[in-house]
Design a protein around this ligand. Structure first.
Ligand SMILES: Cc1cc2nc3c(=O)[nH]c(=O)nc-3n(C[C@H](O)[C@H](O)[C@H](O)COP(=O)(O)OP(=O)(O)OC[C@H]3O[C@@H](n4cnc5c(N)ncnc54)[C@H](O)[C@@H]3O)c2cc1C
Length: 222
């Protein structure tokens, strides 16, 4: 109760000042005495000054996969009966499709239905460069071919490109994240969440860790 929440503020700079932190960006300048950082840690470091070279190198060495998510709406109710389907077939572009209307009828207009097709894209892969329109065409063709949709039913498409999709736990992951976590701990900034902590955690774990961190911070305040 009484919390002051700012939204739609793209952080462009984070700088230490007067025993606290100045955060500036699309929403102006704000001063905080404590920071919990939930944005991707590498992007945060790129927005901070005087980062030790070893810390920056560790952050730049972190590996991840990006995602391109293609929403496909059809003019009938054929996509309501499943939650998600994994497609372990290199000949089909998306690795997973999720059916939005299955989770709630309110997610789709009456008489229509939709799916989102998730395409994993390693940075530098050729799928990163093709246009949203070409990718959509490719995915619609694939899903038509394997019998999930009929391309003649498609009434709506939209592409969302997500740079940080999946954390890759490569052999250097533990060493690199330890360097970064130690550095942020030395600054007194809490790293929190999937791409801030750079761990392959899902929503349940992020929520659990959020409750634990909130309790800890509230205890310190009390
Ligand atoms: C396509 C897809 C499907 C998924 N499916 C599932 C699933 O089925 N089940 C499941 O449990 N999990 C799923 N996940 C994972 C789940 O979304 C994450 O685990 C969860 O969202 C992580 O929460 P978070 O708060 O750490 O990060 P996020 O929810 O990513 O929050 C980070 C926030 O930082 C903001 N941000 C980034 N840069 C800046 C900046 N410069 N300034 C200000 N804000 C910034 C972003 O806008 C974002 O709101 C899925 C993820 C994706 C991408």
């Amino acid at each position: 109760q009484g919390a002051n929440v700012t939204t739609a503020f793209e952080v462009e700079r984070i700088s230490a000042e007067a025993g606290g932190w100045f955060v500036s960006g699309s929403g102006g300048h704000k001063f905080y005495d404590r920071l919990v950082l939930t944005m991707p840690v590498r992007e945060a470091l790129r927005r901070m000054d005087n980062i030790p070279q070893g810390v920056m190198a560790a952050a730049e060495a972190l590996r991840y996969n990006s995602l391109r998510v293609i929403l496909i709406g059809v003019g009938n109710s054929s996509l309501m009966d499943k939650s998600a389907v994994y497609i372990p077939d290199p000949g089909v572009t998306p690795h997973r499709i999720c059916f939005m209307g299955f989770f709630s009828e309110d997610n789709v207009p009456p008489g229509k239905s939709s799916l989102i097709a998730e395409v994993t894209v390693p940075p530098g892969h050729e799928l990163e460069k093709i246009s949203d329109a070409s990718l959509t065409e490719m995915v619609v063709d694939d899903l038509h071919r394997v019998g999930i949709i009929d391309r003649r039913d498609v009434v709506e498409t939209e592409v969302t490109n997500i740079t940080y999709g999946y954390v890759i736990h490569d052999l250097a992951h533990k060493r690199n994240t330890a360097i970064i976590k130690d550095y942020f701990a030395s600054l007194g900034i809490h790293l929190h969440g999937r791409f801030a902590e750079f761990e392959y955690i899902n929503m349940d774990e992020v929520i659990k860790r959020s409750m634990t961190l909130a309790a800890k911070l509230n205890d310190q305040e009390a």
